[in-house]
Design a protein around this ligand. Structure first.
Ligand code: NI
Ligand code: MN
Length: 229
């Protein structure tokens, strides 16, 4: 079975693996880069990397409508629980669990995680997914460069979904360093060009990935699908 990764702009992705839909950081209705509405989206799992609005915006509504299980840190799962999301699975940094689609581990992110109403959102994270069909996907979440990314080289990452937009997260220079540490086969940049604060020349970044690292770079348009065989 192949794996399909759909990009919805900003840092919202859908991973489909063995017919299981894994939605990451659902930001649809107010996402300037996205033409899909939250009410159209189906999911079996929803991964939330941290509490910021551009990552959690549509998590509760999609989870309640679809019954998808929300995987996030304990504080965010609890906060969503208070909004009627009953199907949650808490993880914390360094911890993983086996789900129907494979193993999901929460990884370190250097960032913030305050929830939209000002509640404490715990520590921000990223996710390492080891899918049942053998593919490994790393989603950085919002983070600065961290040398701990070097450990990910042990995991033979097929696709790294990396923040590159600068200002709030790694910019292109640090993202190149991250690629050298992680050593993925493919890099998909995210969290750029949504707003003026995070505007970058993504094609220049893609060229640097090819010339300065061993990886290839796939710049995805919103709505585009990347298929892995
Ligand atoms: Ni953030
Ligand atoms: Mn963000």
């Amino acid at each position: 079975m192949s794996v399909k990764i759909t990009f919805y702009g900003h840092s919202t992705f859908m991973i489909e693996s063995d017919d299981i839909k894994i939605l990451i950081d659902p930001f649809f209705d107010e996402n300037p880069m996205c033409h899909v509405k939250a009410e159209e989206v189906e999911a079996d799992y929803i991964l939330v990397s941290h509490g910021h609005f551009d990552h959690i915006a549509d998590a509760a509504s999609i989870a309640k409508r679809t019954g998808a299980q929300v995987i996030s840190n304990f504080e965010i799962v609890s906060w969503l629980g208070n909004q009627g999301v009953e199907n949650g699975h808490p993880l914390h940094i360094g911890g993983g669990n086996q789900f129907k689609f494979g193993r999901c581990k929460m990884t370190i992110a250097h960032h913030g995680s305050m929830l939209p109403d000002g509640s404490y959102g715990g520590n921000p994270g990223g996710f390492l997914l080891k899918l049942n069909n053998g593919k490994t996907i790393y989603y950085s979440g919002d983070t600065g460069l961290t040398y701990d990314m070097k450990w990910l080289a042990d995991d033979d990452v097929d696709v790294a979904l990396l923040c590159v937009g600068d200002n709030f997260t790694m910019g292109p220079d640090d993202a190149i360093k991250a690629v050298k540490l992680i050593q993925p086969k493919v890099v998909v940049p995210d969290h750029y060009n949504t707003w003026p604060y995070i505007e970058i020349d993504v094609d220049a970044f893609a060229q640097r990935v090819v010339s300065e690292t061993e990886a290839t770079c796939k710049v995805m348009q919103s709505g585009e699908i990347l298929e892995l065989d």
